[in-house]
Design a protein around this ligand. Sequence first.
Ligand code: M6R
Length: 608
Amino acid sequence: MCGIVGYIGKNNAIPVVMQGLQRLEYRGYDSCGIAMMNSDKMILEKVTGKVEELQGLLARQKMSSSVAIGHTRWATHGPPTISNAHPHTSQDGKVALVHNGIIENYKVLRDGLISAGYEFSSETDTEVIAALVSQAYHGNLEQAVREALSYVVGAYGLAVIHTDEPEKIVCSRKGAPLIMAMGDGEFFVASDVAAILHYSKDVIYLDNEEIGILTPDGVKIYSGDDEPVDKKIHKITFNLEEIEKGGYEHFMLKEIFSQPQTIFDAMRGRLLPETGDAHLGGIDHMIGSILHADQRYFTACGTSWHAALIGEMMFEQFARIPCEVEYASEFRYREPLVDAKSIVFAISQSGETADTLAAIQEAKTRKATVLGICNVVGSSIARETEAGVYIHAGPEIGVASTKAFTSQVTVLSLLTLKLARLMGMSREDGLEISQAMQKLPENVEWVLKQADQIAEIAKLYSDASNFLYLGRGVNFPVALEGALKLKEISYIHAEGYPAAEMKHGPIALIDKSMPIVAIAPQDKTYDKIISNIEEVKARHGRVIALATEGDTRIKDIADHVLYVPAALSFTAPILNVIPLQLLAYYVAVERGCNVDQPRNLAKSVTVE
Ligand code: M6R
């Protein structure tokens, strides 16, 4: 979602902040801006559109400053215009502020300020905080920020500067991520480590309601109760190459092709192929509680929710333990039947999704044990959960999640295997499954070799307006995921359906302009899916079938066939989703879409 970068130190802040904003572009945004101190004067520049344009503007002005805060905005309150772009300033021009999150009571606060004579220049919720800070300022910025935030209901990650204290940045967070980082005589604040990784790997994760103060002499942090806090400095272990394209045209393509490695990394040291078992260090001590819980829930959003659906089916089919999946955004509104005997798994790539964090809070309030399955180390969800498993997929930059999905499913498979063995799965079955999992990276390589064929098919269908994805059993969530990938990045309307449901409604849509992607592996539903394909063909629909290597029968019915290696239902979802990721990618490229930063979307959705 929105991005924040701030710098104070011995060097010119402008290139640091601008480079940071560029590194955050992948998160999605529609406008951007920077505020900097020039002796005790505030200078403000904002543009709608690309960071590049802001950079060009600043280059022409040849400015330098040792203190600056910058922002990329993804519009929530008010359209993407220059006046709505951040930083926002107070009416007297002394305060500048950048903010991620949403202030829920902004209307009441704004109306109150307006009746007291305050004039606003934007439609944003953020400007209200700048106004409150300005009104609370009596010579100490951190105190003013603390007071201003005491009036605010909602989520925030923010950084503020004031012309009366030109050598200071004050920052704080609640429900939106914010980190501080230390360099040699220079200090940073950012909403994402990627923004400052070029300069520092020594990072502090701010906790909710903490206030951070950055000056040229160092950083200080105070708790919500205004007590000094001694925070741990975390060493970031990933490097810049991991967040660069490495020769691929897009991050998404790089991430699709990295899956043999990322799946291997998710299993490393966890899969036990000699005994047909698995162990997951982060939650092994919780296995008894998971098995004996009264209720088990998975909660997540988007692609992570699709992974959760697969997890549910695997838990039930192989471990024979029931579990439910709920959209994180719905979880707290449905009065979930969750109590101290419940286990809730929160699944999230970013670990910062506001809806998922809210679901975690709800589960915790109801005394459930909450476990995380996360990618980003040190993220809010990783810290808010009692224990958990990292998927180790490395930084995912493309807004459309690909490698995180297959790593989430890999971790859920390992967890299922562990639970299934404890619930009586035989050693032989465990060995068969673990050996199939061990072969996954090699099999994914095999599927990836069909990229050129998929690119050719994509050319034929890139002008379609609608797509239908059909799958049965564990391939139904795969169909949902394939459809989500396509709509996110190509803007083609796509729907995923359980194949048999087609005849209960969507069949009405089928004509010769409607491509159908049918996931038809040779498993127990094969004959039924073949009948569904026949039904589509009888209505002149065009079928792209995903079939098991060696299946010749399907060639006679489908218009195109993409093959995947024969797989157990345990490993099938991972193999089957890869061609769908590639199909979505090549269709989007063919349509000239911005694959890595699709319109209106953000990498991590930090608003509810
Ligand atoms: O970071 P999270 O896994 O919590 O994100 C959840 C969704 O926002 C995310 O999966 C979204 O649907 C992606 N754009 C899918 O590609």
